[in-house]
Design a protein around this ligand. Sequence first.
Ligand SMILES: Cc1cc2nc3c(=O)[nH]c(=O)nc-3n(C[C@H](O)[C@H](O)[C@H](O)COP(=O)(O)OP(=O)(O)OC[C@H]3O[C@@H](n4cnc5c(N)ncnc54)[C@H](O)[C@@H]3O)c2cc1C
Length: 382
Amino acid sequence: MTVSIWQADGTQPVREVDFLVVGAGIAGCASALFASQAGRDVVVTDARDIALGASGRNAGFMITGLADYYHKGIEQFGHAAARELWALSIKTHDYWRAWAREAGGVHMDQRGSMLLAESLEEAKELELAARALNADGIEAIYHAADPLKRGYFAAVEQPWDGSVQPVELAQAVLRLSGAEFIANNEAYKVEQISAELVAVHTRKVIFHARYVMLCTNAYSFTLHPYFRGMVIPQRAQVMVTEPLPDSVIPVCGYSDYGYMYYRMTHDNRLLIGGGRHKFFEQEADTTDDRVTDGVQGYLDGYMRRFFPEVNARVDRRWAGTMGFSADGVPLVGTLPDSPRIGFAVGFTGHGLAFAAGTAERAVDHLLYGTHPGALWAGRLTR
Ligand SMILES: Cc1cc2nc3c(=O)[nH]c(=O)nc-3n(C[C@H](O)[C@H](O)[C@H](O)COP(=O)(O)OP(=O)(O)OC[C@H]3O[C@@H](n4cnc5c(N)ncnc54)[C@H](O)[C@@H]3O)c2cc1C
């Protein structure tokens, strides 16, 4: 997003704040909560409103871990980092559950995940994933046949996973933070102006903040060039049916290496998402939230193939923009030469798996200089 000179000509009022969070998705709301628990006086601002980005458009799956299977994560990042990220993901889910309980009013469940193979080759990968998890003492149950009896080749069951109504979650976390929220207020320039002060130019106000946390995920590159090539926008699409008379699937299902996903919503609709792997070029590097015939047609076809008994109207189709980090792991750090401007971005389609734990490390890094471990963004620029 950009701001024209007519919308803000630099004469906006200056406002002193202690801790400013830019972006009111789940990462921004969680950052606000951790900052406020650390005793800071927090203001959150967003170009639009709370959870109008990916956080309010996602499919609500609380699956543990990275986008790729566990053994692949070990190959890519090393055993210690894969373990650390898995633990961070569990911690994130623990935070969501605790906050949802404390705040109330959030539809959340723990019905478990089933990762399903659409081919024999994928079945082998799933077996390797389960073995690697079990070797690290993590409960994951490998099924050599399809437990759902819907034509898959094998499955891995993760009984502790679940799902959530994501807008309710973001609202609950912001509420718990006690932070002031200013909506409809794009930030268009951010710069550290002295050792202890950051200026954030927004459409309504020029903030002078002691600390700033950028939680602008896929849109980060529009605010600061540092993020170009570090966080890449990717579109994801979803559809939901009208409410069904009965549940057709008791768990959260994933197939085709996680590119396809489905579940029942709390009001008994069948939600199906994914399909971007069939249209990679079209779905990559865009912040356009429109649905496309190609992907939506693929979702329709998936429903016909794996849920032939469902003969229901599709009530809603939508899209949203995810921020993929260059290596698939979230990014925590401060901007170059700006130790008071922190960020927590790059959730790679797994914000519900990582945003709370990432926000905690980002706030600690910004306030106390604590090393963010495997999330340290410097790994990409070294
Ligand atoms: C269709 C879809 C399905 C998904 N399904 C899942 C799922 O099932 N499970 C899962 O874990 N993840 C899923 N994801 C990914 C998940 O939604 C994200 O990882 C997560 O929401 C990221 O949260 P965030 O707060 O970092 O970003 P966002 O929610 O995108 O928040 C960023 C905020 O920053 C604001 N902003 C941007 N630029 C500016 C600016 N210049 N000034 C002020 N404000 C600004 C935006 O308006 C926005 O509100 C899905 C995503 C999509 C799109």
